[in-house]
Design a protein around this ligand. Structure first.
Ligand SMILES: *[C@@H]1O[C@H](CO)[C@@H](O)[C@H](O)[C@H]1NC(C)=O
Ligand SMILES: *[C@@H]1O[C@H](CO)[C@@H](O)[C@H](O)[C@H]1NC(C)=O
Ligand SMILES: *[C@@H]1O[C@H](CO)[C@@H](O)[C@H](O)[C@H]1NC(C)=O
Ligand SMILES: *[C@@H]1O[C@H](CO)[C@@H](O)[C@H](O)[C@H]1NC(C)=O
Ligand SMILES: *[C@@H]1O[C@H](CO)[C@@H](O)[C@H](O)[C@H]1NC(C)=O
Ligand SMILES: *[C@@H]1O[C@H](CO)[C@@H](O)[C@H](O)[C@H]1NC(C)=O
Length: 282
């Protein structure tokens, strides 16, 4: 059969994919099974879907052992998969993405070195309804154009200190968060204001009892000048003096959604009741 591949037929094969320099952006489909690479010419997107993978090794092999004609792809998908438990170091080889979506999976951990190759290209990272126990928040600062980070409905217990100058939406609803680190968003406010954008922080259904000033003030200072809110619905928030800094500041109070353990909606808290919290401080 080899002799049928004359120079003319090779020419036709190589030049039959317009717009990609004569090359399909996807590897030989056989070489990446069970992953599937699809090129949408209308949208100019290249998506790799590894939802049929039965192990991390299969995903690793698809990216590391196949020949990828183009390394800067659009999306990676892993959905409804109960076999893959981790995305290890180097899992995507030299391939980078604008968007990574992991949903309804058994993924428990993600190595920082799985994500870092995409640090200059990743705009959207959504890992939801999975089993994540930890997330490498410390690397987020390096993701220069990441605007959307959603880690909803996982098993995270802490949101460690991190910073980002690009993030607009952070979703961590439906975890078991009890620890909330300092979020340093030094450039976020000018970014947000100059684009009159919004910031939403989804903290629903966690275990936050104290809305401590050290962690939340920087975020509320940003949000108070733009659209957006902090959603604390379904958290065991204790409305004692630790809430005074919010209740006594109308600009902050309107940006916080949720209620106290005694059922009082935050919006119905009376500043007068909290006045003596500050009076007590010498
Ligand atoms: C490409 O995307 C467009 C817009 O979403 C869609 O209508 C079309 O069916 C897609 N083409 C392929 C080959 O999937
Ligand atoms: C991918 O990289 C090539 C070469 O650097 C560049 O021409 C192309 O615009 C990039 N595509 C995307 C989607 O970033
Ligand atoms: C979970 O992720 C999928 C894929 O990114 C997305 O379509 C869906 O809206 C997400 N669900 C939630 C509840 O965020
Ligand atoms: C948060 O910042 C304060 C003040 O800079 C510091 O004292 C505290 O240790 C930080 N907390 C965490 C969890 O990093
Ligand atoms: C928010 O706006 C107020 C008044 O418009 C201003 O004094 C304050 O510095 C702004 N805060 C931030 C964080 O930009
Ligand atoms: C407020 O309640 C929290 C949670 O129960 C507790 O840790 C904290 O000590 C209380 N603070 C004050 C000032 O009462």
């Amino acid at each position: 059969m080899q002799e049928y591949l004359t120079p003319l037929s090779l020419f036709i094969i190589l030049y039959s994919f317009p717009g990609t320099g004569g090359q399909s952006p996807c590897p030989d489909p056989e070489a990446i099974i069970p992953c599937v690479c699809s090129h949408n010419e209308t949208l100019a997107t290249v998506t790799v879907d590894c939802s049929e993978a039965t192990s991390s090794e299969e995903i690793f092999s698809a990216f590391n052992d196949a020949d990828w004609p183009i390394l800067n792809l659009t999306s990676f998908w892993l959905e409804r998969n109960d076999r893959v438990e981790q995305l290890p170091e180097g899992v995507f080889g030299d391939v980078t993405f604008q968007e990574i979506e992991v949903s309804r999976t058994s993924v428990e951990s993600i190595d920082p070195e799985a994500l870092l190759p995409s640090k200059d290209r990743l705009e959207r990272l959504d890992i939801n309804n999975s089993k994540l126990k930890e997330f490498p928040f410390e690397i987020i600062a390096q993701f220069s154009i990441l605007t959307y980070l959603s880690l909803g409905a996982n098993e995270l217990t802490s949101l460690s200190s991190f910073q980002s100058s690009s993030l607009e939406t952070l979703g961590v609803a439906g975890n078991q968060l009890t620890f909330f680190g300092n979020m340093s968003l030094p450039n976020l406010r000018s970014f947000l204001m100059s684009f009159s954008s919004h910031l939403n922080l989804h903290l629903r259904k966690n275990e936050i009892a104290v809305v401590n000033e050290e962690s939340f003030r920087p975020i509320l200072e940003v949000i108070s000048n733009v659209t957006g809110n902090i959603d604390l619905t379904d958290n065991p928030v204790v409305c004692n003096c630790t809430m005074a800094w919010i209740v006594l500041n109308p600009a902050f109070l309107t940006k916080v959604t949720g209620s106290c353990t005694d059922g009082t909606d935050f919006q119905d808290l009376d500043p007068i009741d909290f006045q003596n919290c500050v009076d007590r401080i010498p």
